[in-house]
Design a protein around this ligand. Structure first.
Ligand code: NAD
Ligand code: SER
Length: 327
């Protein structure tokens, strides 16, 4: 039976760190190649290739060298960082994806994963239980690149039969690595400050509701979508998936159950406008029907697990962080 050989692009980021580990557990260390524009944060497990995704020739060389059969393309600039440099965001997010799809088409890659986002919504999109096929009016360059990316993914499937699969992730919360420039990052940073007994200044208003998901659910969703039989999939652009909806104020109330002394102040900045343009919850019935999506973590379960893991990391010290974070 042919063996899957996987390339993760953007492996050193918030999702890539955890996803690469999960993929190694499923497919074996020798079958997962990680790559990023930045060097690995931890001691390298398996193969790592330094890659700027804008270098299509180098990407092609890596795919051929390792006989890659599946690509998880995570490299991107996120919403908040993206608004600081819209042109670079267009370049990395669009031309990077285009390079991946072209190499995948030429090398007859079996499957490509491309993450989309709640950022595709905005403007007249309905805010609650937002439909899968509703209005997309992204208000950020990041959201625009995700919407166009979804169209490109579908185009490559329809025109070339390239099996591209995609999820519109909500804001993701994890303890293993710090996020890199998103608007939902407050919901990760707040835990780090709480566990370190430091005050936290929140860049969103306390009543700003956003859809969120705990990383284990996001990783499982990604793997379950990639393992689903292609005939079960009704779309090759971003599936809505939903797990929980909360505001900074509600998150703080949950954290206070464990750390009652923790102090938060609110100093909304330009990220408030980005958050206000996004939706609060999504209708994910297509994902549930097509490939059995089902969340496991709600706000209470996520907070309990986050605080417990960050306290273990704090207790074990920084040197234990990288080694033990996945155990
Ligand atoms: P991140 O910023 O933490 O990681 C992105 C990684 O891409 C980084 O390691 C960075 O070094 C790398 N990268 C940036 N430019 C590159 C380039 N030119 N070439 C190669 N690598 C490059 O982001 P993340 O949170 O891990 O997100 C991964 C993907 O998931 C992105 O496409 C993002 O849009 C999407 N997503 C994330 C969230 C979330 O809440 N984290 C939500 C929705 C969608
Ligand atoms: N979490 C991401 C961000 O805030 C949404 O895609 O940019």
């Amino acid at each position: 039976m042919p063996v899957d050989k996987i390339l993760v692009i953007g492996s050193e980021g918030q999702i890539g760190t955890v996803l690469s580990h999960a993929l190694r557990q499923i497919h074996g260390i020798a079958h997962v190649v990680t790559s990023d524009i930045n060097p690995p944060r931890n001691s390298v497990i398996g193969y790592f290739e330094k890659l700027n995704i804008l270098d299509g020739a180098k990407l092609h060389e890596i795919v051929k060298k390792h006989k890659i059969t599946q690509i998880y393309h995570l490299a991107a600039l996120l919403s908040a960082k993206g608004e600081q440099n819209p042109r670079q965001t267009w370049d990395v997010n669009m031309n990077g994806l285009f390079n991946v799809l072209e190499v995948a088409r030429q090398e007859k890659i079996d499957k490509v994963f491309f993450p989309s986002s709640i950022a595709v919504f905005g403007g007249l999109s309905s805010k609650i239980n937002t439909p899968q096929h509703g209005i997309l009016q992204p208000q950020t360059m990041y959201g625009i690149t995700k919407e166009v990316g979804e169209h490109l993914a579908e185009y490559y499937f329809n025109k070339f039969g390239l099996d591209v699969r995609s999820i519109r992730y909500p804001g993701l919360i994890s303890y293993q690595s710090l996020p890199g420039g998103g608007t939902t990052d407050y919901a990760v940073d707040i835990f780090h400050k709480a566990v370190k007994n430091e005050d936290f200044s929140c860049f969103l208003k306390k009543d700003t509701y956003l859809p969120m998901m705990y990383m284990p659910d996001a990783i499982r969703a990604t793997i379950e979508l990639m393992q689903a039989p292609v005939e079960n999939l009704s779309m090759h652009y971003g599936y809505n998936i939903h797990a929980m909806r909360f505001s900074p104020e509600q998150l703080l109330a949950e954290i206070h159950k464990y750390l009652p002394e923790f102090q938060v102040s609110y100093q909304p900045d330009y990220r408030q406008d980005i958050a206000a343009s996004w939706v609060e919850s999504m209708d994910d019935s297509a994902a549930r029907t097509d490939w059995g999506w089902q969340e496991r973590f709600d706000l209470a379960a996520m907070c309990k697990d986050m605080i417990s893991n960050l306290q273990k990391i704090k207790h074990n010290g920084a040197s234990e962080y990288d080694e033990k974070m996945f155990l």
